[in-house]
Ligand binder design. Structure first.
Ligand code: RTP
Ligand code: MG
Length: 142
């Protein structure tokens, strides 16, 4: 008999304002789509300061948060939900290390970012974070 398939996983992704400004939305989406992840929903969003505070709740007291908040609200972002086998881990592998200068070539950050802040993409870091972030950004999603 065939073993039951693992339930597909969903991850929240934010394509950050630097990527939108630089015209890299298509290039970033191509990485995810090329890998086989499916776009469940997607929207151009101007992130507000309040939304930033909630999304980055774990970071609000860090010294790097004020400039991060200024950056993430500096222009439109693209918010989306991706679905696929082990989507959370796969998205983070495609994104690469946080610091674009240290991220491996072949990753989105490794190929397109030279910054520890303006690093093009966010991806949920755990099933708990994904559930929280998807409910927060797309409350209507089933
Ligand atoms: P993300 O949440 O955006 O997917 O990135 P991440 O998990 O790789 O990194 P995280 O530690 O969650 O940090 C969130 C975002 O904050 C900015 N950051 N700046 N020391 C710094 O200046 C610093 N550290 C982090 C980055 O934009 C990072 O993606
Ligand atoms: Mg993170």
């Amino acid at each position: 008999t065939t073993p039951p398939e693992a339930p597909t996983q969903r991850s929240f992704v934010l394509i950050k304002p630097d990527a939108v400004r630089r015209g890299l939305v298509g290039a970033v989406l191509a990485r995810f789509e090329g890998k086989g992840l499916r776009i469940v929903t997607m929207e151009l969003r101007q992130v507000t300061g309040e939304e930033s505070d909630q999304h980055y709740a774990e970071h609000v007291d860090r010294p790097f948060y004020p400039p991060l908040r200024a950056f993430i609200t500096s222009g439109p972002s693209v918010a989306l939900v991706l679905e696929g086998d082990e989507a959370i881990e796969v998205v983070r592998a495609l994104n690469g290390a946080t610091d674009g200068r240290k991220a491996a070539p072949g990753t989105i950050r490794g190929d397109f970012s030279l910054s520890n802040r303006e690093n093009l993409v966010h991806g949920s870091d755990s099933p708990e974070s994904a559930a929280r972030e998807i409910a927060f950004w797309f409350p209507g999603l089933g």
